[in-house]
Design a protein around this ligand. Structure first.
Ligand code: CTP
Length: 481
């Protein structure tokens, strides 16, 4: 096995070797290379102690001196060089609370989480694969190195990492490893929200988000997202549905495909980890959409009612789903405000089905904001396609028409917000001598309402005269009262 190491990595390994130490590329980068994927970053493991590493390179950063990690800077790139070590238990994502350095590569590999992550490579020795990582890659298996319980005791996050790798790679988790994950699932409760969020999000954005089902079956979602378990346990006896709320949710998540969001060709689809799109914006949009699908029906279990005919209904569930999404995104997943806002709006409006006339749709656009609609349409289609076949054609036809009217409104350049109105608050204050504040707001709102009904009225002279009339009528009302 030959790995085509980048030039910088060869320089670092060569420098360490020339000084009499061992050094290898290790972990995720070796795994990714073997899988034919572009490694995100190249980590290096070495027999040199941190201070020895520092002395050999001109520019370094003490990233985790006491854990053995020195960052070596070459040009614009940064490489983590870590001394062979045996770990104690972990306190955060990267650092165990105590480490012992070891001169032995095999001991360093032995403390790693999964066999596919426990391989090392340099040009001198070739691949070091003491735990059959290659074989497990060939078989498509996530297997803990050595005793899985020990590995999970060292760091409970590894339980979730097992499912995350399975979801990203389309691998299955080996039996003993899965059993240990199941047995030790409660210990995930001790892991910080941020670490859980990072792994969970990777799983959700992966090519196999249906791994959520395994998280449920192994009792792991019960620890990190019990609201999802309620969904899995809520049937939907309703002709529009064919699955439980949870199964519907899984399918709806699967229906958000990166290819649709990024508009890329299937050939370009490198289905691993983050989304291979060129654009950061596309990546964000994909993330919003998958999160929105996860939460869109989460309020349903608590909203369930069954009518006399035995049909289940979930009235007002979008409002509750939105509240739940907001709490979970903010407090548990510690998401940024923009993510919370976009995802919550999508959840809240996912069932929006306005009367299909342009005036009404312009009103909806002004209420919700035109930027959200392209995302909302994707949410609605993903939702429909995860329901039963009942009335599917009609639903999709409605959707086509809704989207067409939206597009026409944008093409026409119709006014759909206060900012696009041909006059503003200052005009009213100046021309009509209004004192600002409430009255100005009231008049602008009335004008906007009018213009949304008939966009040809968005004309400065006309709006000012209308505003004048409105002032007059308000004065008269006041006088009369
Ligand atoms: N590792 C571990 N236990 C952890 C985290 C990491 O044993 N809880 C080891 C694994 O050998 C892993 C390496 O440290 O390959 C690097 O970890 P990390 O950067 O978190 O993951 P990657 O395997 O690189 O995967 P990805 O880049 O997809 O996050």
């Amino acid at each position: 096995m030959h790995i085509d190491l980048p030039k910088d990595v060869k320089i670092i390994i060569g420098t360490l070797e020339n000084a009499g130490f061992e050094a290898y590329a290790v972990g995720g980068c070796v795994r990714d290379f073997i899988l034919g994927r572009v490694p995100k970053d190249w980590d290096i493991t070495t027999s040199a102690k941190p201070l020895e590493v520092k002395s050999l390179f001109r520019r370094t950063v003490d990233t985790g001196l006491k854990h053995g990690t020195i960052t070596v800077l070459l040009g614009k790139e940064a490489y983590e060089v870590t001394t062979y070590r045996i770990d104690g238990t972990y306190e955060d994502s990267r650092h165990p609370s105590s480490v012992t350095f070891t001169p032995n590569l095999s001991e360093d590999l032995r403390r790693r989480d999964f066999t596919i992550n426990a391989m090392a490579y340099n040009d001198r020795e070739g691949l070091v694969d003491d735990f059959s990582g290659m074989e497990d890659i060939r078989l498509g298996i996530i297997r803990a190195v050595g005793n899985p319980e020990e590995r999970f005791h060292e760091d409970a996050l590894r339980i979730l990492r097992a499912f995350r790798f399975a979801a990203q790679l389309g691998f299955r988790i080996e039996e003993e490893t899965e059993k240990a994950a199941r047995d030790l699932r409660e210990t995930l409760g001790n892991i910080s929200a941020e670490r859980i969020r990072d792994e969970f999000t990777k799983l959700l954005l992966s090519p196999h988000p249906e791994t959520l089902r395994s998280l449920y079956q192994c009792g792991i979602s019960a620890v990190i997202l019990p609201e999802f378990d309620r969904c899995m346990e809520t049937d939907q006896k309703n002709p529009h549905h064919a699955y439980s709320v949870g199964e519907h949710t899984i399918r709806a998540i699967q229906n958000i495909r990166e290819i649709d969001v990024a508009g890329e060709s299937p050939e370009n689809r490198e289905a691993y980890g983050t989304i291979p799109s060129e654009s950061e914006e596309d990546r964000k949009r994909f993330r919003y959409l998958r999160l929105a699908m996860l939460f869109h029906d989460m309020g349903k279990p608590a909203c369930l009612t069954t009518d006399d005919e035995g049909i289940d209904h979930f009235y007002r569930h979008p409002d509750l789903s939105e509240r739940m999404a907001r709490t979970i995104l903010k407090e548990r997943l510690k998401e940024d405000n923009k993510t919370v806002d976009v995802v919550c709006s999508l959840v809240r409006y996912h069932d929006l089905k306005p009367k299909l006339d342009p005036g009404n749709i312009r009103k909806q656009i002004s209420k919700i904001g035109k930027e959200l609609f392209p995302l909302l349409f994707q949410v609605q289609r993903a939702d429909i396609l995860a329901q039963s076949d009942y009335q599917r054609e009609e639903k999709l036809q409605y959707q086509d028409r809704f989207e067409e009217i939206y597009r026409q409104i944008l093409e026409e350049g119709d006014c759909v917000s206060m900012q696009e109105l041909a006059i503003n608050g200052n005009d009213l204050i100046r021309d009509l001598n209004l004192k600002g504040g409430k009255e100005v707001g009231r008049i602008l709102n009335e004008l906007l309402d009018m213009v949304l009904g008939d966009p040809s009225l968005n004309e400065r002279g006309f709006l000012l005269s209308k505003a004048q009339e409105m002032c007059g009528s308000a004065d008269r009302k006041e006088e009369g009262s």
